[in-house]
Design a protein around this ligand. Structure first.
Ligand code: SAM
Length: 208
C-alpha cells in the first residue's frame, strides 16, 4: 500500500478502519502493557486506543502518514498540540502524547526515541505481504531487547473480501517475528471485518 493510497483515504474521509470505541483486545489484554513507560503505536491513525493507553498512565509515541489524522486526533480529544519539525517528520506533542507525522519505514531509532512496548492494531494487517516483511524487520531493528508488543491480527474468508485489512495467520506471525521475538498466543475473538464474519487474534511478543 503506497503512501498515496492512505493519504487519499484520509482526504476522502474513507476511514472504515477507525473504531468509535477502544478495541476489545486492548481492553482484554492492555493491562500487560503496564501503567508506566512509553508505548509505541505504529500506523496510529487517530485511534482512541491511544487515549486509553495514556489514561492508564503510559506515554504514547505514534507514527502516522497523514497529518489529517494526527490533527484530528488532537482536535477530537480537545488537546492543543505543539508542532515542530524533526528529522523530516512533523512532530506534534501534548501531555502524554508525541505523534510523528511521516513514514514508519523512514524512522530511525534516534528519531523515534526510547519505548518499552508496542501496540499494533491494524498496522501489520494494513500492509501487503512484501511490506509486512519489511515492517517486521524494521520493527525488530527499532525495538530494544525486552520490548513487549501487543499485536492484533485478523483472518477472514479471502474469497469474499478484498484487503486491506490483510488476513495474517499465526504461522505468518511466527515467520515474521519468531527469529527475534518470543511469541505468546493470547487467543481469538469473533469480529466483523467489513461486514463479514472474521476472527481477530491477539499475540504477546517479547523482543529477545
Ligand atoms: C488501517 S489504518 C489503522 C489506524 C489505527 N492503527 C487504528 O487502529 O485505527 C492504517 C494507518 O496507517 C497509516 N499508514 C500507512 N502506511 C504508513 C506508513 N508507511 N507510515 C506511517 N503510517 C502509515 C495510514 O495512513 C492509516 O492511518
Amino acid at each position: 500500500m503506497e503512501s498515496s493510497f492512505w493519504k487519499a483515504r484520509w482526504e476522502a474521509n474513507q476511514i472504515g478502519f477507525h473504531e468509535a470505541a477502544v478495541h476489545p483486545m486492548l481492553l482484554a489484554h492492555g493491562a500487560r502493557l503496564g501503567n508506566a513507560g512509553t508505548v509505541f503505536v505504529p500506523l496510529c491513525g487517530k485511534s482512541h486506543d491511544m487515549a486509553w493507553l495514556v489514561a492508564q498512565g503510559l506515554a504514547v509515541t505514534g507514527i502516522e502518514l497523514s497529518d489529517i489524522a494526527v490533527r484530528a486526533f488532537f482536535a477530537e480529544h480537545g488537546l492543543p498540540a505543539q508542532h515542530t519539525r524533526l528529522d523530516g517528520h512533523d512532530e506534534y506533542r501534548a501531555p502524554g502524547y508525541r505523534l510523528l507525522c511521516g513514514d514508519f519505514f523512514a524512522l530511525s531509532r534516534d528519531t523515534l526515541g526510547a519505548f518499552n512496548a508496542i501496540y499494533d492494531r491494524a498496522a501489520l494487517i494494513a500492509l501487503p505481504p512484501a511490506m509486512r516483511r519489511d515492517y517486521a524487520a524494521t520493527m525488530s531493528v527499532l525495538a530494544a531487547p525486552a520490548t513487549r508488543m501487543l499485536l492484533v491480527t485478523v483472518e477472514y474468508d479471502t474469497s469474499v473480501l478484498s484487503p486491506p485489512p490483510f488476513a495474517v495467520s499465526a504461522e505468518e506471525v511466527s515467520s515474521l517475528y519468531g527469529d527475534s521475538w518470543d511469541i505468546e498466543d493470547l487467543g481469538t475473538r469473533a469480529a466483523d471485518v467489513k461486514g463479514q464474519a472474521g476472527t481477530e487474534q491477539a499475540f504477546w511478543l517479547t523482543r529477545r
